[in-house]
Design a protein around this ligand. Structure first.
Ligand code: ATP
Length: 232
């Protein structure tokens, strides 16, 4: 397991956001955490990348994430594409991408070529200010910047939020390309159909607890998932 989460609990003061969450991510796989607003998906992503204190254990590549600096996790290939995208709006697309190249000194040009291959739109728009890009293009840029960091485990938090179907296809294609390149992905998603199209294994998070898990086929056959998440 490249990522192992064991009995993890996280609170914000009185609010319990994760309650005894356990899950594992095999190297080379896509694992998705699905669940409604407020279920705790972003908290889980932030915990894995070292930004929340937690009870229990979270190991990345065998190292307890709380025992190292977040920057060391990044240097070891744990890259987080946050829900907020965190772009620099007044900088160009290419400058935003270059900021993601913290793991590469000399290989930056190759990395840029790779990202432009995954998202040709970004190359067409490379001189445009990030804030003037559409929501979908900004999402591509956020994922592209994460790819600049040469991830081994890429955490994508709600990459499809608010995106039009045509852009979803581009993001879908990109995720499959990323998988083919051997990157492991933890996909936090509210769009259950999208998650099912990509994930090898899915965990349902509700109110900070894992309520179910299985392959997409297992969950498609589950009455509760069908009624609550797939429109019956
Ligand atoms: P969404 O998709 O809407 O972002 P989520 O599944 O990612 O939802 P979280 O953002 O992790 O869920 O939130 C889990 C719970 O923790 C919610 O009840 C939320 O209100 C609470 N929470 C999240 N961040 C904070 C914070 N900084 N301070 C207090 N409570 C928080």
């Amino acid at each position: 397991m490249i990522l192992n989460i064991d009995d993890v609990s996280v609170s914000y003061g009185e609010v319990s956001a994760l309650r005894g969450v356990s899950l594992g991510v095999e190297e080379g796989s896509i694992v998705s955490v699905i669940g409604p607003n407020g279920a705790g998906k972003s908290t889980l992503a932030n915990t894995v990348t070292g930004f929340r204190p937690y009870g229990g254990s979270v190991t990345y590549d065998g190292t307890e994430v709380s025992s190292v600096d977040a920057s060391d996790l990044v240097a070891n290939g744990l890259i987080h594409c946050t829900e907020d995208r965190d772009l620099f709006g007044y900088m160009s697309v290419e400058d935003n991408l270059e900021l993601g190249a913290y793991r590469h000194g000399d290989g930056e040009a190759d990395r840029l070529e790779y990202v432009y291959d995954v998202f040709p739109t970004l190359e067409e728009r490379k001189d445009q200010n990030a804030r003037t890009m559409s929501g979908g293009e900004q999402q591509m840029l956020a994922i592209g910047r994460a790819l600049m960091g040469d991830p081994e485990l890429l955490i994508l938090d709600e990459p499809t939020l608010g995106l039009a179907p045509v852009i979803l296809e581009d993001i879908s294609d990109a995720i499959e390309e990323i998988r083919e390149d051997g990157v492991t992905v933890l996909l936090c998603e509210q769009n259950v159909t999208f998650a099912m199209n990509h994930a090898d294994h899915i965990y349902l998070l509700e109110n900070g607890r894992i309520e179910k898990d299985g392959t997409p086929d297992d969950l498609r056959g589950d009455d509760y998932i069908r009624d609550a998440y797939l429109g019956g």
